[in-house]
Design a protein around this ligand. Sequence first.
Ligand SMILES: Cc1ncc(COP(=O)(O)O)c(C=O)c1O
Length: 404
Amino acid sequence: MTKTTYDFDTVLDRRNTACEKWDSLKRVFGTEDVLPLWVADMDFASPPQVVGALRARVDHPTYGYTFATERTRAAVAGWLQRTHGWAVDPDWIVFCPGVVPSIAVAILAYTAPGDGVVIQSPVYGPFFRVIRANGRTIVNNRLLHKGSRYEMDWEDLEAKLSGARGADDCTASDASEEAGAPAPVRMMVLCSPANPVGRVWTEAELSRLVQLCREHNVLLVSDEIHADIVYPGHVHRPTGDVVLMAPSKTFNMQGLASAFAVIPDASIRERFAQAQSGLGMGDPNALALAAMEAAYTCCDDWYHQLLDYLRGNRDYVMDFAARFLPGISPLPLEGMYVMWLDCRGLGLEHDQLKEFFIHKARVGLTDGRFFGPGGDGFMRLNIGCSRQVLSEALERIQAALDTL
Ligand SMILES: Cc1ncc(COP(=O)(O)O)c(C=O)c1O
């Protein structure tokens, strides 16, 4: 049987589909005239098997109440076994309509108002929002930028987990949260792999982290939404008391809102389920479940070809930047399709840097400040697009650099 070759080169027109990446340029960048490489979805079509499963579900013209069946659980468990070598009992899985909503559920389940929640900036912006919006205190254990990669600051982490050091450095607007006695730290939200800094944490790093959390009785929630996109030489290892995952990044179905938590411990799982029920939050919707089942059971070939294509994009950016983008250094990307660009070599103030990318280069990247302390002087580039769009973006940046 001949193997299908999937097409990641064709540029799809995503405009006028209420597409956040392409249809909200004016709101986000103040102009329509930018090539968008920001929010973390891909410009590729989802696998044809996912599209087929959605069509088949839509063709049955009843869209009443639904739930994740044994088949859905088996599909998720099968994927985790094949992709991550992780043997999961299907009963450990709790389905949710998103990873960020699940972080909110975890906050409600495992912490009390005022408690400290450790995060490691620069990190995905909504971590800050969801902790604050639920009246908890951000305790930031900043990542260290060491040479060409980021590492954890172990000494500071231990001090923060033990509650010896309070909240800190979360920008001036957080000053009120930082005042007063250190908040008792009950939970840590790890980003693994780490968006935006590009790390896939090693086994040694993760074991040390788990050990520290155990010693200090801090519950570890690990956001592993990017876990499936890992490049050769690196291995993703599911970690923590509550592991949050989703098919959304991998199969480009973010708009379907589907995710799940894997929680091996029955009492920790029960608390999560109770908090979810208290919010009236149920399983993903009928279309999301149909898409998820198809993604996790019949798209392995598509997925492996996607990984190859993204790796090609990553290598292309590294090579292009080294040759033609002086002052801009992409951090080595171990996993994910978002690259962290160190632009401090351009010698611009952060606002000038934004202005440079939007108005001179006409590319729409994610502002480094979205990721909290440590984001100044950085931008995040989404490489989940056709090579043609990526090269157009890099050439625009190169041309703009000539005008500096
Ligand atoms: C680390 C991380 N967590 C969560 C999300 C969003 O998850 P969801 O759309 O399932 O709420 C993203 C999206 O970019 C992300 O990068």
